[in-house]
Each structure stands twice: as structure tokens, then as C-alpha cells.
Design a protein around this ligand. Sequence first.
Ligand SMILES: Cc1cc2nc3c(=O)[nH]c(=O)nc-3n(C[C@H](O)[C@H](O)[C@H](O)COP(=O)(O)OP(=O)(O)OC[C@H]3O[C@@H](n4cnc5c(N)ncnc54)[C@H](O)[C@@H]3O)c2cc1C
Length: 133
Amino acid sequence: MSLSRREFLSRSLTAAAVAAMPQAVMGAAEPPHVRDAGGGLVDVQVADVARPKSAGDVQQSLQRWKGQVCIGGARYSMGGQIAAPGSLHLDMRGLNKVIAFDPALRVIRVQAGMRWRDVQDAIDPHDLSVRIM
Ligand SMILES: Cc1cc2nc3c(=O)[nH]c(=O)nc-3n(C[C@H](O)[C@H](O)[C@H](O)COP(=O)(O)OP(=O)(O)OC[C@H]3O[C@@H](n4cnc5c(N)ncnc54)[C@H](O)[C@@H]3O)c2cc1C
């Protein structure tokens, strides 16, 4: 099959553009967006969103991704700190498990995406509550 010079250049540029896209975006109908908790003030198009469930998941995401990384917790900050355009977004909300809890010592160790509300649920059966949040 012979291609005209125009067709050849057009197809080459398309192939180059696809090759330059982050793997996570290829094949996606629309690049993922990251929004703040209210869904309004922050709306940033990122390259991919990772939803780690363990520290190992975080490690794997960071090893695979060579670009910028941004992190979101409950997303209540209002200055756009949770998202950077074209970055890998780590959605920490799935990292909300108790790692260790000693009711007698009143010490709890939790994953990095834990919210005070989740902590309260974990300690309430032991007649404990969070004094200062
Ligand atoms: C109306 C309003 C009232 C507020 N009142 C208070 C108040 O009374 N007291 C108070 O202290 N704050 C208050 N804040 C501020 C807000 O609670 C803080 O910005 C807090 O950081 C929000 O936590 P978040 O989990 O939503 O963080 P996010 O908004 O998700 O993230 C905040 C920053 O922390 C980083 N981050 C989030 N999770 C992690 C993680 N697991 N590991 C590493 N980095 C992480 C993010 O990248 C970002 O830079 C208020 C905010 C609003 C909008």
C-alpha cells in the first residue's frame, strides 16, 4: 500500500501523539478528573487515579509512575492542593483501616487515609471517643 506524503505525515503524527500519552490515559473515554469534597471549587484533569488499599499498593503506584504525584485525603482543603494537572493522583480514602489499637493505653495506629469519623467508629465500642479533632 502506498501512502501520499500528507497521509504518511498525518499517520506518523497520530502515532507519535498516542505513544506520548501516559499509559493510564490510553483507551480511556475521558481522562479522570479530581474534584474537591464539594465537587465544585477544584476540578483538575489528572493522568490517572490510584486508589491504594495498602502501603504496598502505594509503593507499586509510585514505582510505575515517573511523573508528578498528588495526594487527596478527604479533599476538604480549598486551595487545589489535592490535584495537579497531568499527574498521578493518589486517592487515600481507601486506606482507612486500623493497624493497631490498644484501648487500655488509648493508642491507635491507623492507615494514612483514616478520618476522625472512622476512628470514632472503631473506638466507640470501647467507650472511648476522640477528645480533640
Ligand atoms: C469550611 C472549612 C472549614 C475548615 N475548618 C477547619 C478546622 O476547624 N480545623 C482544621 O484544622 N482545618 C479546617 N479546615 C481545613 C481542612 O480541614 C484542612 O485543609 C485539612 O487538610 C483537610 O483534610 P483532608 O483530609 O480533606 O485533606 P485534603 O484536602 O485531601 O488534602 C490536604 C493536603 O494534605 C495532603 N494529603 C492528604 N492526605 C494525605 C496523606 N494521607 N498523606 C500525605 N499527604 C496527604 C494533600 O495532598 C493536600 O496537600 C477547614 C476547611 C474548610 C473548607
